[in-house]
Design a protein around this ligand. Structure first.
Ligand code: DGY
Length: 328
């Protein structure tokens, strides 16, 4: 019997790729960069499954190009804003993602960014490398304390909660905002209290974003939001770049509406080399690596492969973002 045809939009760790190769006739895009749009549209023709990365937009045009036999789309990420989910659902195509396995790894990194910004770790390293370290200085690279500070978490899902857990180890006060989760049963054990956004902005020393990108959260962190934050506030974003309005962030950092930002995600990605944000010293920008530990990326690969293979066999995906497709 011939194997199902799949297109994999980039090489993922071998732990998952080996499975895909064994059970599928797999076309794996070998480039370091994502396939250009026209290549993607060409390579998906006639496939039964697509294993996508967040860097490839999978919309109606891609589904049309693939054809009516397309059975499954498996995303190598927990976020799925790169996929037109209503369109996939309309066509009865299940979409898989990789929740859970990257929660702690991502929260570790968000907390690392928080600490690096608070204690000016990146600036300190740059200072040393530039040969500027001449002596110990009482006022050299002063930062702010993390312990005892207030952390405001926007989006209290798995990663937001894992962030709260880390904060409790630093004796932080934790506030959270989540539009669909105002009485989260986990909040008391995490010492986290729900607040409306305005209060969270006004009270927090650190504001950390953990919300998915949706039409409601696009540019949620705007000029208006920055004006409500403390002038000493630090913004951390490990969720999705477009949740923050970059232009507003630039002015907020430049004018001192907030003190610092640490971003692992930007709009667009990669951030253009001439972005005004890169001219500022009170910002850290990393290249979307919050989930990038070897162990976690391997687990994500296994999960993405499991979703793909289940979909090809017509079985329910282990982690499906649009389970309504099974109710038809
Ligand atoms: C995701 O999974 O959505 C992250 O952004 C990358 O791991």
């Amino acid at each position: 019997m011939s194997k199902p045809k799949v297109f994999v939009t980039r090489e993922i760790p071998e732990k998952g790729l080996a499975q895909v190769r064994e059970f599928c006739d797999a076309d794996i895009w070998p480039g370091e960069l994502p396939p250009p749009r026209e290549v993607l549209l060409e390579r998906v023709k006639g496939v039964d499954g697509i294993l996508s990365l967040l860097t490839s937009k999978i919309d109606a045009a891609v589904m049309d190009a693939a054809g009516p036999q397309l059975k499954v789309i498996s995303n190598y990420a927990v976020g799925f804003d790169n996929i037109d989910i209503p369109e996939a659902t309309r066509r009865g195509i299940p979409v898989g993602n990789t929740p859970g396995v990257l929660t702690d790894t991502t929260a570790d990194f968000a907390f690392a960014l928080l600490m690096a910004a608070a204690r000016r770790v990146v600036e300190g390293d740059n200072y040393t490398r530039a040969g500027k370290w001449k002596t110990w200085g009482p006022k050299l690279l002063l930062g702010v304390d993390v312990h005892g500070a207030t952390l405001g978490i926007v989006g209290f899902g798995r990663i937001g909660k894992a962030m709260a857990k880390r904060a409790s180890g630093f004796n932080m006060r934790v506030l959270y905002y989540d539009p669909i989760n105002q009485n989260d049963p986990d909040a008391p054990s995490l010492n986290a209290r729900f607040t409306e956004l305005d209060e969270l902005y006004a009270e927090s020393d650190f504001v950390s974003i953990h919300t998915p990108l949706t039409p409601e959260t696009r540019h949620l962190i705007s000029t208006e939001a920055f004006k409500k934050m403390k002038s000493t506030a630090v913004l951390i974003n490990t969720a999705r770049g477009p949740v923050v309005d970059n232009e507003a962030l630039y002015h907020a950092l430049k004018n001192g509406d907030i003190a610092y930002a640490a971003l692992d995600v930007t709009e667009p990605e990669p951030i253009p080399a001439d972005s005004p944000l890169l001219s500022l010293e009170n910002i850290i920008i990393t290249p979307h690596i919050a989930s990038a530990s070897r162990a976690t990326r391997d687990k994500m690969a296994e999960m993405a492969a499991a979703n793909l293979l289940a979909g090809l066999k017509g079985e329910p995906l282990p982690t499906c973002v649009n389970p309504e497709v099974y109710k038809r």
